[in-house]
Design a protein around this ligand. Sequence first.
Ligand code: DQA
Length: 146
Amino acid sequence: MARTVFVLNGPNLNALGIREPGIYGGATLGDIEKDCNDLAGSLGFKVDFRQSNHEGVLVDWLQEAGEKAAGVAINPGAYGHTSIALHDAIRSIDIPVVELHLSNVHAREAFRHTSMISPVAAGVIIGFGPGSYTLALRALAQILEN
Ligand code: DQA
């Protein structure tokens, strides 16, 4: 049976496609979900793709992933810069979590240069647009292979 990988998305990512397209591009979250599903089969994964604007829901999903999933790719949105709760949730689960961002946060405002979750992530992928998601899935596949 294919291993399940959770792909979690934080606040405002439901608005991709209409939200600041100069920064985030024109792809919708639905387009990105399709990219992930298209790749997942060849990596031996089944993707469970979710988005929430609520920090606690993301915590719940990380805990659920810890029980059911082989790994997590997460675009935490702005909560990545602020959330000790996400940091704690990630360190409390025993599966690899890859942090990703569409935009190159280091080329943007200073408040985006820090991440609360990078120190507890298996790795971080930043700045490749929708490609950050498929790169994160490939990274998870590589981690899980070893
Ligand atoms: C983002 C970068 C964050 O700084 C921002 O708050 C987002 C999206 C990205 O994917 O580039 O919501 O995570």
